[in-house]
Design a protein around this ligand. Structure first.
Ligand code: FAD
Length: 474
C-alpha cells in the first residue's frame, strides 16, 4: 500500500549539489527531506567520482615521485602493490566522508528517505525504496539534484568486464597490462594517470586535435609533453569505430582523419567520453519543467525551473559539470526558497584537472577571449624562473594571467604545473574581488612558493617581474 507524507522542501539527489542545498536550507530554518538511494549523502562525487579518483591519484603521485627520486640520488626498489589494501584505502576514504555527511544530516534533523523519486505532478513525488515499496511525498518546494551518469557510445556497446566506464575503473579490479582510454577529457586522463602509475601501458584516443578540448593550448601542451613520456600512445584526430571482446583482450578498430583504419588489442578499455544528465525517467513530463537538447534542465538565475515550485542544480542544470559548481548552485537555490535575495552569478568557476602536472583555470580563458573578441593582455610566467619549482625539480609549469588592457583588471587565470589546483583559488578570489594587476603585484607572496608565480605574472604586466627580464614595450 502507498503511504503519503508531506514536507516543506524535498531535495532529490544527495550529491554535492543536493546535500549542500539540504544542509543550508535546514540551517536557514526550513523543514527538509532528502531523497537519495545511498545510505548517506555523497552522490557521484563522494562515492564514484572526485573523491575516490583523487585518493588513487594521490597514490599515483607517490609512485611517480619514487621513480623520479633516482634523479636526486635516492633510489627506491620497485614497489610491491597490494591491490586489496589499496582498494581498502580508497574505500576507507569514501566511507569516512560519507559517514560524515550522514552525521551532518542527522545533526540538522533532515529527514532522509532512501529511494528514487519521480514527479507525479508539480507538488508530489512517488518514491521507490530499495525494497521496491512505493510511497508518495508532497512538497511545497523541491530542489532537483539528480546529477549525471557516464555517457555510452551506443554503437560500441559491449557488455564485458574488459570494457569499463569511470565507475568500474575506480573499482580497480586488476591492473591490466594494457589499457585503452577512449576520450581525452579530464576523467579519462586522470584515470589513465592512475593506471599508468600502477603499471599499465596506457593509450589514449581522442577525436579532436588535442587533449582536454576545452582548455587553453599552452596549458595543455605542458601536460601532453609529460603524458607522452608516461603513456604508451596518444592518438589524436582518431575515432574508435568498432570494438570486439576476445577471450583475453578487446580488439579495437581505429579510424584516423584520412579514413584509414587500424586494429589493435588491449587487455582493457575505459570509455570516458563525457556525462549525461539524469533528467530522463524522473517524471519531468508531469511538470512544466523544460530541458535543452542535451537534457539539461532550463533554470533562471536563482536556479528555478519553469515550474515555480521546483529548482534544479548541479550536473542536471548544465555545464560545467563540477562538484563545487553544484554546491554553489545548491546554496543559491536554498537561499532563494528561504526568501533571501540571491542569484547565481559567479565571475570565476575554477576547473582543475588532477593529472601530473595539474592544469587549472578560472574566469576568462584565452580561447574564450579569442572567440568573443575580448581584448586581453596575457602575461605568462614560466616556472623555469620560479625558485620553488626548481627546488621541486618541477619546472614544467606555467602561470598566466589575463588582464583587461584598459582597466588593468584581472579577467582570468590559467596554470599548468604541480599543485595548480590549490593555486587557482587566488585567481578566483582576485577575479571575484575585481582585483587589478597592481593589487596582485603589491600583495606580498611567501618565498619560496609557487604562489609567487602569480605575483610575478602581475609584475610582468608592468614589465617589472623580478625573475624574468621582459621590459614593457613603450
Ligand atoms: P551527483 O553527484 O551526480 O549526485 C546525484 C545523486 O542523485 C546521486 O546520489 C544519484 O544516485 C541520485 N539520484 C539520481 N536519480 C535520482 C532519483 N530519481 N531520485 C533520487 N535520487 C536520485 N568534479 C569536480 O568538481 N572535481 C573533481 O575532481 C571531479 N572528479 C570526478 C571524477 C570522476 C571519475 C567523475 C565521474 C566525476 C568527477 N567530477 C568532479 C564531477 C562531479 O562528480 C559532479 O560534477 C558532481 O558529483 C555533481 O553533483 P550533483 O549534486 O549534481 O550530482
Amino acid at each position: 500500500m502507498e503511504s503519503s507524507i508531506k514536507t516543506h522542501l524535498a531535495v532529490i539527489g544527495g550529491g554535492p549539489g543536493g546535500y549542500a542545498a539540504a544542509f543550508l536550507a535546514a540551517d536557514l530554518g526550513l523543514e527538509v527531506t532528502l531523497i537519495d538511494p545511498e545510505a548517506n549523502p555523497g552522490g557521484v562525487c563522494l562515492y564514484r567520482g572526485c573523491i575516490p579518483s583523487k585518493a588513487l591519484l594521490h597514490i599515483a603521485k607517490l609512485l611517480n615521485e619514487t621513480e623520479e627520486a633516482a634523479n636526486w640520488g635516492v633510489e627506491f626498489q620497485k614497489p610491491k602493490i597490494d591491490l586489496g589494501k589499496l582498494r581498502e584505502y580508497k574505500n576507507g576514504v569514501v566511507n569516512k566522508l560519507t559517514n560524515g555527511t550522514g552525521q551532518l544530516l542527522k545533526q540538522r534533523n533532515i529527514s532522509h528517505i532512501r529511494g528514487r523519486a519521480v514527479f507525479l505532478d508539480s507538488h508530489t513525488l512517488e518514491i521507490t525504496k530499495p525494497d521496491n515499496e512505493k510511497s508518495q511525498l508532497s512538497f511545497d518546494f523541491a530542489i532537483l539534484a539528480t546529477g549525471s551518469r557516464p555517457a555510452a557510445i551506443s554503437k560500441l556497446a559491449v557488455d564485458s568486464p574488459r570494457v569499463m566506464n569511470s565507475t568500474s575503473a575506480l573499482d580497480l579490479d586488476d591492473i591490466p597490462g594494457s589499457l585503452l582510454v577512449i576520450g581525452g577529457g579530464y576523467i579519462g586522463l586522470e584515470m589513465g594517470t592512475v593506471y599508468a602509475a600502477l603499471g599499465s601501458k596506457v593509450s589514449v584516443v581522442e577525436m579532436m586535435p588535442g587533449l582536454l578540448p576545452g582548455a587553453d593550448r599552452d596549458l595543455v601542451r605542458i601536460l601532453s609533453k609529460r603524458l607522452e613520456e608516461r603513456f604508451e600512445n596518444i592518438m589524436l584526430k582518431t575515432k574508435v569505430v568498432e570494438m570486439k571482446t576476445l577471450k583475453e583482450s578487446v580488439k579495437v578498430t581505429f579510424e584516423n582523419e584520412n579514413g584509414e583504419r587500424e586494429e589493435k588489442k588491449y587487455e582493457k578499455v575505459l570509455i570516458s567520453i563525457g556525462r549525461k544528465p539524469n533528467s530522463d525517467s524522473i517524471g519531468l513530463e508531469n511538470t512544466k519543467i523544460e530541458t535543452d537538447k542535451r537534457g539539461f534542465i532550463l533554470v533562471d538565475e536563482q536556479r528555478r525551473t519553469k515550474e515555480a515550485s521546483i529548482y534544479a542544480i548541479g550536473d542536471i542544470a548544465g555545464e560545467p559539470m563540477l562538484a563545487h559548481k553544484a554546491s554553489h548552485e545548491g546554496r543559491v537555490a536554498a537561499e532563494a526558497i528561504a526568501g533571501h535575495k540571491t542569484a547565481y552569478e559567479p565571475q570565476a568557476i575554477p576547473a582543475v584537472v588532477f593529472t601530473d602536472p595539474e592544469i587549472a583555470w578560472c574566469g576568462l580563458t584565452e580561447n574564450e577571449a579569442k572567440e568573443k573578441g575580448i581584448k586581453v593582455e596575457v602575461m605568462r610566467f614560466p616556472w623555469a624562473a620560479s625558485g620553488r619549482a626548481i627546488t621541486m625539480d618541477r619546472t614544467d609549469g606555467l602561470t598566466k594571467l589575463l588582464f583587461d588592457p584598459e582597466t588593468e583588471r584581472i579577467l582570468g587565470m590559467g596554470i599548468a604545473g604541480a599543485g595548480a589546483g590549490e593555486l587557482i583559488a587566488e585567481g578566483v578570489l582576485a577575479i571575484e574581488m575585481a582585483a587589478l594587476a597592481s593589487d596582485i603585484k603589491l600583495s606580498i607572496h611567501a618565498h619560496p612558493t609557487l604562489s609567487e608565480t602569480v605575483m610575478e605574472s602581475a609584475e610582468m604586466f608592468f614589465g617589472q617581474a623580478t625573475h624574468v627580464y621582459r621590459p614593457k614595450r613603450k
